[in-house]
Design a protein around this ligand. Sequence first.
Ligand code: H79
Length: 448
Amino acid sequence: MRNLLYVFLLTLSLTASAQKDFLSESTSERDARMQWWRDATFGMFIHWGAYAVPAGVYQGKEVKGIGEWIMNSAKIPIPEYEKFVQQFNPVQFNAKEWVSIAKNAGMKYIVITSKHHDGFCIWDSKVTNYDIMDASPFKRDILKELSDACKAAGIKLCFYHSIMDWHEPDAESKKDYAHQHTPQPDFSNYRENYLKPQLKELIQKYDPAVLWFDGEWIPEWTEPQGRDLYTYLRNIKPDLIINNRVGKGRAGMQGMNKYKDAAGDFGTPEQEILEGTSDSDWESCMTMNDTWGFKKSDNNWKSSEILIHNLIDIAAKGGNYLLNVGPTAEGLIPGASVDRLKDMGEWLSINGEAIYATHSIRKYKEGNVSFTRSKDDKILYAIVTKPVTGELVLNNIEVKKGAKIKLLGLKKPLPYRVDENGVLKIQWPETLPCKYAWTVRVDGKVKA
Ligand code: H79
């Protein structure tokens, strides 16, 4: 009897110590874990899966809405949608080329859809046959190839993973997003014996730096389940970063948490940028046109100028920018995206100092000028987003006595004066080193 009691207590303590409570870590532990992500500032989102095959068209008709939702929007039955999976054969896919497009754009991490809502898995999964090896003719492990290419290039690889799943019968939601009608879906079976094992597999095989959840709004998913999943995943990989869609904290498309202590490490504004700075970590995910997954009819591309201005606005407000590409069914990133990413990379090769590893300032903007500051607080960056004629006038800047003011990309310092009212007046150069926006580097700060 006594022995039995010992065995019982031992088991109990082992179970308790095996599951560390990562939900209540200290600020310094959290800061250390988040450091690379905060410094990175700019990442590439990739939405890629079988939806690239229809590319927005079903039965000869254009389907409204975002490309990766076509299964739901066009009410495509599972066996019909599986035909797209059977045709998914992106023979032109070249992981090294994608990674070099991201790297040359100045992006420091990639978040790709391991599985979107449609349920199709683009890695070699032992948990399901609905994956790239067993259900498609391609039979190449996309995530493995990307993982190798990212490692070689020093880019962090991360996975978007949908909690909602329109293919797994037990994942079917009461809200019936995909119109499949399983008689008695057992969501807990899906969660414990499908979702969690797949995520464990992803971590063990490819060591992702971030897991980026989505589709958490189905009523079957709860905050306690989110907390359980968060704890489960960080017990597998302690320094893993996880977005706030792991639980139920997210307040709609605005993306920040609606209650305190919600599970997850950062807020996720979608297709929008926060109004101002925040005390929480956040990342705006946005498209370059109007779809995430490739849609052949969508040519509504944002200009390079808008994309660069968004990056500046986000960096000044202390967030990250996760900018999406939707590759084709052949495996190519659309040319329009590649062109814009090249422009962003050129701009960042001159101005990156003002973007990466900088901090935000409460008064982050004055007119057309956005501010960031170096971590040691010694350098102020004033990023000018509209052409200037004559002098750049800044009302609220304190310059260190005798300091030189420089424009990033130019050798010679810029002449300036501080007038009797303390207004800083900088002579604007005739020739500029780049297009779209220009950074003035000042030894100084924004006045309190
Ligand atoms: O993967 C991309 C999209 O497919 C996915 N998120 C990005 C990153 C996406 N799914 N849905 N939407 C975007 C728009 C849907 C919003 C809604 Fe809701 C879902 C409206 C109601 C449920 C979430 C919860 C937003 C408001 C409440």
